[in-house]
Design a protein around this ligand. Structure first.
Ligand code: FES
Length: 144
């Protein structure tokens, strides 16, 4: 599924005080990487995301794959498979390896950690990782 959205000026999003970044259970681990969030971009209602499945969204010029996991935990990583250049990660199969949530590229099946975007078998290869939050039932992606 592809989520389409109206173009939103990130500056508008960033100036909405209700959308100020905050540390919360919805804040995903990109915070751990020290990534500064400059604002939040509305993507879609949480209910539009199917549990256990990915969706692709356009964040500026970047394709992002968003996954809704058990307990409505969200992960957002780059949608482009670095091994093939194909924008397919949102269609990958989610799973876990040793308790680490993963997505396997549908092309050659390389698995990536959803927490840090790293290829499990080659930590030098990584998808981008994006912070997510749910605000009023709506999913937003952290801009940076
Ligand atoms: S502050 Fe916007 S829904 Fe709570």
């Amino acid at each position: 599924m592809t989520v389409t959205r109206a173009l939103t000026d990130p500056a508008t999003v960033a100036s909405d005080p209700a959308l100020e970044p905050r540390r919360s259970p919805e804040t995903r681990p990109a915070a751990r990487a020290g990534t500064e969030v400059t604002g939040w971009l509305y993507i879609c209602p949480l209910e539009a995301l199917q549990p256990g499945r990915g969706a692709a969204a356009l964040v500026g010029d970047t394709q992002v794959a968003i996954f809704r996991m058990d307990g409505d935990v969200l992960h957002a990583v780059g949608n482009v498979d670095p091994y093939t250049g194909a924008a397919v990660i949102s269609r990958g199969i989610v799973g876990d390896r040793g308790g680490v949530p993963t997505v396997a590229s549908p092309v050659h099946k390389q698995a990536f950690g959803l927490d840090d975007g790293r290829a499990l078998d080659d930590p030098s290869v990584t998808l981008g990782v994006y912070q997510t939050r749910v605000h009023g039932g709506d999913v937003a992606i952290g801009l940076r």
